[in-house]
Design a protein around this ligand. Sequence first.
Ligand SMILES: [Zn+2]
Length: 421
Amino acid sequence: MPCYRISAKSVLLGDDLLSCTDGAVLVDDGQIVAAGPDATVSRPDHAAAIDLGDATLLPGLVDAHMHTFGMSSRGLAALNTEREPYRALRAAGELRELLHAGFTSARCLGSSIGPDLRRAIDEGHIEGPRLVVAGQFISSTGGTWDAPPLPSSWGRATTAVADGAEQIVQAVRERARSGADFIKLGLSKGGVQDRYHAWGDDPHAQATTYSVEEVRAAVDEAHRNGMKVSAHAIGLAAVNLALDGGVDIIEHGYAIDDQTRQRLVWEGKIVVTTISQLYFHRAAYDEFHYPDWERDVYERHWLAMRRDFELGLKVGIRYALGTDLVGKPTHPLSRAAKEFELAVEWGMARETALRAGTVLGAEALGIAGVTGSVTNGKSADLIAVAGSLSNLADLASPILVMKQGELVPGFMKAVGIPSRW
Ligand SMILES: [Zn+2]
């Protein structure tokens, strides 16, 4: 493994991302072995020196919620019928773009091909972020991802549907068998109109999909297998169900009341933001001819999400940044850094947003001991951006990306390292 000594005008150090002026990081055998003021970091003869000048060096970004569907974002109704080899190849291209966009880790929260993509990345066959994967969703009959236009038998055939503690336990064991690291449960299923299942017409009137006994069965079996559980939970009833059932991480988590907000704080739960999902829908309304009913759904969710994000910041909810991006054309993974900008636009402090998309993200993925900050002993997952990073929009165009101590091809020439690719 190559050894690098990287210096920059500013290095964001440790779990608090403290800015160190004229800093340096020494990377050896995939790990950060020293980090601090330039004068304190040794210069071994065998280390390749990279001087980034006025740039800012920081931990690689973490997307705590995305999907490796490998499908057109406007054709997800065919998710269970499109051939998986095509989906995997398409997703591989998009994962490469996500890595090149500065994301050295990501959590795929629902896709049957996630575990195999993770394996192909870990074995070095394709480029992509370090992945933590949920594998296939787990949904009740008629629940979050069991949409009426498809015959019930299809959801069952792909093991996405499980009802009752017994089937849920089996589904969790199937995920463990397929190589998943996480369990993704759908706990809210939309409102009266229910036209786009996972979201539903009224965020405040979402019906729940499982009993608390069913949720506890999933959580117990997941924990027995060393896996954590994330829940798709929009609306008061679903978020309380997730908390009552012992779910580890809350996805979306808005359209709730003050009492539940406080409960999230007391229990120290991480809520994953997913602002980008709605932002990119809104940006695509005209070009992709969204019908009025669909725009109305997203507008209602946008307002509820924004309101609750602002209230959540006030009481101190622990947010991790997740995009819920699913792919081109409307939701390209290459635009994942937009979540930082959106969080700041909605009132999150710049430093809090940076931590939410690195340190907290790594915690949400269950790998806080491995990555998420520039800390001795952690994996050398690093990015650099030109200038002082006073505006988080600059995260969208990194000038260096390093994952597990290896410079990502494409960034080597830019920093004067001969490419072996
Ligand atoms: Zn999602």
